[in-house]
Design a protein around this ligand. Sequence first.
Ligand SMILES: *Cc1c(COP(=O)(O)O)cnc(C)c1O
Length: 375
Amino acid sequence: MNEKKSDEKRILVTRSSMPPYEEYMESVRDLWDSVWLTNMGKKHNELTERLKDYLKVENLSLFVNGHMALETVIGAMGLTGEVITTPFTFVSTVHAIVRNGLTPVFCDIEPDNYTMDPDRIEELITDKTSAIVPVHVYGNVCDVERIEKRAKKHGLRVIYDAAHVFGVTYKGRGIGSFGDASMFSFHATKVFNTIEGGAVATGDRALSEKLDMIRDFGIKDEEVIGYVGPNAKMNEFAAAMGLCNLNHTDLEIGKRKEVFDRYMDRLSEIKGLSLPKPQKDVKMNYAYFPVVFDEKVYGRTRDEVKDELERHNIFSRKYFYPLINEIECYRDRFAHGDTKTAKRISDRVLTIPMYASLEKEDVDRICDVIAGYRI
Ligand SMILES: *Cc1c(COP(=O)(O)O)cnc(C)c1O
């Protein structure tokens, strides 16, 4: 076994993409001239247009963060009763449902790409079901065709949590153009960031216009307040960060691909690991690198691997563990459902460091630890 080397360079699980300092400073200089800091300013509106283009979507409303985007669009659709979703996600997805007074119903996931299993949806539909909220988890695309076919058959709305799929296309179409609406997150840790930020993309122009009002207290015009809305607008400094970062996103995704390919090369030789499986017709964004450890073959549990990496100053994340139907605020409140596959993956998965500026030597160091630790 390797000797403990606490002086090894620290490798965190993620690292934010940032534009060159001068580029951002040049961009925000305008704001000292305009003295227009928020409320749908020039940067905000320019970013809206550029993102519509980049994401290949018809309508886009920017938000202060991805969570408020999702919570607001779910509310704006006037849903009632039950919403079918996945327990294998970040807590935000389910909070957005519950905070709208709706009941989450947990659907199991597919064993190969960890997205909602379309074959398990129909058994969960009741006369109270109004929508489905699937998640394009880790950058993997849900089976949009089969999900939407079932939704259509039962008159359900489909809202995707697309927080992980910035820039992803399926059959050449922007991933945000599927379903009734999709939420993107531009949080600092995501493939594209505005520090904090998010958006809703939708093909429904009326819905998009409604969202534009709701995010600003529901204000229609100076004297007409049409909706009970929060303050969920994106400010100009965040929008400027987005405009600068967007200039480099293609390059950043290209660098992520190099990390991804190196991991695939090095880790595919090790027995007992399940690695990401590229999907047919999908242009990927390499957002995360989840590895599922099969203890019976690899000889070590996920938790042991996480600790071993930490002994080498490498930080990974149990993403997603625990499952959302098992977290403290929900476990005694909503039915857990039969989510065995989600449970199996959640108990064994580790996302290892993945970001554009991760050096090849660092990737190799991580792979060396994982290779050397197998029994
Ligand atoms: C990041 C994330 C969110 C929330 O987005 P924020 O911009 O952080 O509010 C929601 N769902 C998933 C799956 C996420 O990863």
